[in-house]
Design a protein around this ligand. Sequence first.
Ligand SMILES: [Zn+2]
Ligand SMILES: [Zn+2]
Length: 268
Amino acid sequence: MHNVYKSREVNLHTHSFYCGHGSGQLEDYVAEAKKGSITLLGFSEHAPLPNNLHSRSRMDYSELETYLGECRSLQEAEDSIEILAGFECDNLQEWNEYYRDLKDSRKVDYLCGGVHFVDDTYVPYLNPERRFLYDYVDDYVDMLRSGIYDYAVHPDLYCAFYRDWDKEALQVAKAIIESAQEHQIPLEINGNGLRKGKVKTPQGMRYPYPRREFWELVSAYDVKVIANSDSHHPYELYQQREEVYAFAKECNIELGDITLNGRSIKIG
Ligand SMILES: [Zn+2]
Ligand SMILES: [Zn+2]
């Protein structure tokens, strides 16, 4: 276990069969990671909730201990690669205490937070209406200020349904980035959006997310940025990986350090 890594050695956003919309056992991801440069692999399965909310796309709550146990066994079995146990959480105020307990009890090595649903609809599937944009940003900023999360995932997911980069889209970006700066929460450039290919927008062909205009704006702020694959299948760990780094570079972004549940990791 060490605390200095190069960005290409780190992936902290990894799913598996556990969430129901991914595939592969945890050990398949470890085997895949070992084929390339990754030596710090963080599992961040979608966090289950005790009431099994969103159970269609989240692991069953009854599997929580099995999942964490499996992460720990892999951690113990591996020498050449460090495995972390984490969760990607939906911002739900009524469950903040549950999330905090997971961290405080050290059951998890880290938690990342995001907003996947507005009005019970998966964000990329929303109609491009401004009211959804406002719901999204309120929820996202609320998540950033909760103090629970070690980093925040795909902040620009709203660009997948609201494709115009107009005054409103810019205002939303500013609100998120300024809040991330204020609370010093790193933001994530998410490789999953790159896998979907570019789409038509009023500003030309763009990835649905990560959205170029959003990240160019981030580069002007004092906000740490990390890049992850958000793999849902083992082969995705290294897919489009170089494109993610190239994208960051184009947006003038240098990837930064991160603190996971109190442990600082230098990413150079
Ligand atoms: Zn997922
Ligand atoms: Zn996500």
